[in-house]
Design a protein around this ligand. Structure first.
Ligand SMILES: [Zn+2]
Ligand SMILES: [Zn+2]
Length: 72
């Protein structure tokens, strides 16, 4: 039995940074956005931050419902 360990080196490029910020929670800027806000349909916050939000940080519409999404 062979166990292989793989080390990945990730380079930070401009496009990586842009993609990262696009996917990162607008509130904490650390965790990925996973919560879809309704009725505006903005994917704007992570699960932890959405609990503190009463309106969308992207468009300021009042949040009536949130949907948890899974991005693979
Ligand atoms: Zn957050
Ligand atoms: Zn919104």
């Amino acid at each position: 039995m062979t166990i292989q360990s793989e080390t990945k080196h990730t380079k930070t490029t401009y496009s990586d940074e842009a993609a990262r910020s696009y996917r990162t929670c607008t509130s904490c800027k650390q965790r990925p956005k996973t919560m879809l806000l309704l009725p505006c349909s903005h994917l704007a916050a992570c699960e932890q931050c959405v609990a503190d939000l009463s309106c969308c940080p992207m468009c300021s519409r009042t949040i009536s419902c949130v949907i948890r999404t899974f991005i693979i």
